[in-house]
Design a protein around this ligand. Structure first.
Ligand SMILES: [Zn+2]
Ligand SMILES: [Zn+2]
Length: 110
């Protein structure tokens, strides 16, 4: 099965570079009850363009989208660093921490 997820271009245009608004209006409606008081949605650094506009595409978190460059990644192809929680890849599935943390970990061991 080859299920392609496509971002709605109108949506992308409307929320370009506005990840917070997207989460509030598109994801927020359905996710509202799951978010605890003061809880915030996560906005990540896009693995493609580096802008801080990479967010979950739908409330089920089946995919993530960058509201800057428009790249869309299936959730299973997106990897979160086990140390800092930032997204990295999808390049090396065997890797569990991002390059930054990997460097830090190595530097700490002196
Ligand atoms: Zn991007
Ligand atoms: Zn990290």
């Amino acid at each position: 099965m080859n299920m392609e997820i496509k971002i709605d271009n109108e949506l992308l245009k409307k929320y370009k570079d506005n990840a917070k608004l997207y989460l509030g209006e598109i994801i927020g409606q359905s996710e509202y009850e799951k978010v605890t008081k003061g809880g915030e949605f996560n906005i990540y650094c896009c693995p493609n363009c580096g802008e801080n506009q990479f967010v979950q595409y739908d409330s089920g978190k089946t995919a993530y989208v960058c509201l800057h460059c428009g790249i869309i990644e299936k959730a299973r192809e997106v990897h979160f660093c086990s140390v800092c929680g930032e997204i990295f890849g999808p390049k090396d599935i065997a890797q569990i921490i991002c390059d930054d943390c990997f460097v830090n970990e190595c530097e700490e061991k002196d």
